[in-house]
Design a protein around this ligand. Structure first.
Ligand code: ZN
Length: 152
């Protein structure tokens, strides 16, 4: 995919997920949850997971306030992780982190990011990387039983 068509797609995806965020609610009976802050931008969210006894994320949600990028990233993350085993979620977090820091090129490197690949190119805007990664750090913190995650 060319750089231009990917950045156009990025704009569309961010707008669309902002308008209709997926899984944006408090999850009753969550087995894991954590709160994440990005003081640099003012993003603040809580990620909830329900992990079953086979270590599969059978439900995941988020709620909070923040910029368009943090909201869209949270929405896309929950859509990507629902139904996935914890191990795969952690692996995807690793891939996503490499993508947004410019270490993974979705056109050249092997990955299983799917639609999340639209975030490639965000590494040109370091302040925005924290907005895009907040939900993921918070999800990872919840799984590791940390209560509060800050990007600072
Ligand atoms: Zn932000």
């Amino acid at each position: 995919m060319s750089h231009d068509s990917r950045s156009e797609l990025y704009q569309q995806v961010i707008l669309e997920h902002n308008k209709k965020p997926r899984n944006c609610r408090k999850l009753q009976g969550a087995t894991h949850s954590a709160e994440g802050y990005n003081p640099l931008c003012g993003d603040h969210l809580t990620v909830y997971l329900h992990v079953n006894n086979e270590n599969i994320i059978d439900d995941i949600s988020f709620e909070g306030d923040g910029c368009a990028i943090s909201q869209a990233s949270s929405s896309m993350m929950t859509a990507a992780l629902k139904g996935k085993p914890i191990d795969e979620a952690k692996d995807l977090f690793g891939q996503f982190h490499k993508l947004i820091t410019g270490e993974l090129d979705p056109d050249k490197d092997q990955h299983s990011l799917g639609k999340l690949a639209v975030f490639s190119g965000i590494w040109h805007f370091p302040a925005r990387v924290k907005c895009a990664s907040l939900a993921w750090h918070t999800m990872n913190g919840a799984v590791e039983h940390k209560e509060t995650i800050s990007t600072e």
